[in-house]
Design a protein around this ligand. Structure first.
Ligand SMILES: NC(=O)c1ccc[n+]([C@@H]2O[C@H](COP(=O)([O-])OP(=O)(O)OC[C@H]3O[C@@H](n4cnc5c(N)ncnc54)[C@H](O)[C@@H]3O)[C@@H](O)[C@H]2O)c1
Length: 268
């Protein structure tokens, strides 16, 4: 039990990567606040964890609203007496998929919402969690960016800008709070098949193209959750200020596996 009796808030835990992390953290002994806009699925995730013998509670939360962020931190404290882990995972993924664009055709309102949720949401949740963690002289914050903030993805410019900000903010927060016993890291996934991606991956051509750029398959929410567990656990006690890319090789390979495997293989 790597997270025995730890108290964790996971934003965006009603779906996808956050849901996988909520399940895994709870299995490892954490008490989990599922903080999400989506009441139906968020309630179901908390109920599933409780039915499996874990401890979880859902709280309707919009991370872009300061009052909601404050309420999430207060609720974790009032319910379980402390806050050990804040996993900032929520992002407006549907907005990214459907309405994000290259700068010249990007709607200003889309830009504002993206920055409000994906970047300001990290600021607001952390702003309210940090005083609690500073009083405890202990805490871990895990943020979420994307490989698209490390190497460019076409025409999702508000998303990549917000996530680039998250990587920079991670480093600043790691420096500012190291002396308070608080670690801050960031996870940057590649393509992961989650609810928000299903429509896109249903297209066989798109799916084949994406798979060809990866380690033979796309990511699963559990791949990311396992790395998140490591980063928030004591096993990562020497890590802070890091951005961990977990993308099946997508950003590391100059030649993608499908193209390079035969051409460059040395005959023995
Ligand atoms: N799936 C991928 O391929 C991929 C790749 C790179 C990065 N990411 C990042 O990983 C994280 C999780 O992605 P996912 O694929 O699991 O997405 P998802 O769409 O399955 O889940 C996102 C969750 O965030 C919630 N949410 C949205 N806006 C919110 C708000 N204002 N306040 C609170 N909750 C809100 C949604 O209700 C949803 O439950 C996101 O930050 C995303 O940008 C995902």
């Amino acid at each position: 039990m790597q997270l025995q009796d730890r108290v964790a808030i996971i934003t965006g835990a009603a779906s996808g990567i956050g849901k996988a992390a909520a399940r895994l953290f709870a299995r490892e002994g954490a008490r989990v606040l599922v903080a999400d806009l989506d009441t139906v699925n968020g309630t179901a995730v908390a109920a599933e964890i409780n039915a499996a013998g874990g401890t979880a509670q859902f709280l309707a939360t919009d991370v872009s609203k300061s009052a909601d962020a404050a309420r999430a931190v207060e609720t974790a404290g009032a319910t379980w007496g402390r806050l050990d882990i804040l996993y900032n995972n929520a992002a407006p993924t549907r907005l990214c998929n459907e309405r994000d664009r290259a700068v010249h055709e990007l709607d200003e309102a889309v830009w504002d919402t993206m920055i409000d949720v994906a970047l300001k949401g990290v600021f607001l949740m952390s702003k309210h969690a940090l005083p609690v963690m500073m009083r405890q002289h202990r805490g871990v914050i895990l943020n979420t960016a994307t490989v698209d903030a490390v190497i460019a993805e076409p025409a999702v410019d508000s998303y990549t800008a917000a996530k680039g900000g998250v990587i920079a903010l991670t480093r600043s927060m790691a420096l500012n709070y190291a002396s308070h016993g608080i670690r801050v890291n960031c996870l940057s996934p590649g393509y992961v098949i989650t609810e928000c991606q299903l429509g896109w991956y249903d297209n066989p051509e798109a799916r084949r193209a994406a798979e060809a750029t990866h380690l033979t398959r796309l990511g699963r929410p559990e791949d990311i959750a396992e790395m998140a567990l490591f980063l928030v656990s004591d096993k990562a006690e020497f890590m802070t200020g890091s951005n961990i890319v977990i993308d099946g090789g997508f950003s590391a390979f100059k030649f993608k596996p499908a193209a390079s495997s035969n051409f460059f293989r040395k005959e023995t």
